[in-house]
Design a protein around this ligand. Structure first.
Ligand code: NI
Length: 222
């Protein structure tokens, strides 16, 4: 399931982050890529040792975790390995798959997330393209919005033809690792919330909630 999620960040948070990134030190993005992705990764990322990095990561994590749609769709056990990437004109990231396990703790990447930090009209190119076997889908979202997609997908970032593309990248280790199981839970949860909203705590709501909870109990990876 690929899902766009609007308004992850408030405009104040967005301004704060982009102001910090304006003067921050960026380093070659190859340092955090897997041995094969390194060959096609042409971007820069915020120096992990930079003074603001910890605060910026904390702010993004908090914003992601408070968003109800992200909670329902991703069922995060951990949001991890956040990076701030900058693509200057001419930079791109060719087709690759993200590492399955990340960091010293071997956190799993079930869901990849791109949080857009610059307005789409301010740069040319730079679309995130998710490559499925039968089709490709291309995304360039408003600043403050995010896209989530299965980390099992090949994907790329098209060359930036003008301006600067700033994004935050993160990965979710989900409580439910199988994407099709997650999608079933997402659908059931969406429907039961709609019933609750329109009709209250009806018998149908209770039965759906029972199925939701029992499937989550069956599939949760804790
Ligand atoms: Ni990637």
């Amino acid at each position: 399931m690929i899902l766009s999620i609007e308004n992850i960040l408030t405009s104040e948070e967005l301004t704060f982050i982009t102001n910090c990134l304006d003067t921050a030190e960026f380093v070659d993005g190859k340092t955090t890529a897997g041995w094969h992705a390194r060959l096609v990764k042409h971007n820069t990322q915020l120096n992990a040792q930079a003074p603001d990095t910890k605060d910026l990561k904390g702010l993004v994590t908090k914003a992601l975790l408070r968003h109800p749609l992200l909670q329902i769709a991703a069922l995060p056990k951990a949001i991890h390995s956040i990076l701030f990437s900058r693509y200057d004109t001419g930079m791109s990231y060719g087709s690759h798959v993200d590492n399955a396990l990340m960091g010293k703790e071997f956190l799993r990447s079930d869901i990849s997330l791109t949080l857009f930090l610059t307005a789409p009209s301010s740069y040319g190119g730079g679309e995130l393209v998710i490559e499925n076997v039968e089709e490709e889908r291309s995304f360039k979202l408003e600043a403050g919005s995010a896209i989530i997609y299965p980390s099992s997908s090949l994907h790329r970032v098209e060359p930036v033809t003008e301006g600067v593309r700033l994004v935050a990248i993160a990965w979710v280790q989900s409580l439910v690792r199988d994407p099709s199981d997650r999608e079933i839970l997402f659908d059931l949860d969406t429907v039961r919330r709609s019933i609750f909203h329109n009709q209250g705590k009806t018998t149908e709501f209770d039965l759906l909630s029972k199925s939701y909870s029992n499937l989550l109990r069956k599939w949760a990876d804790v």
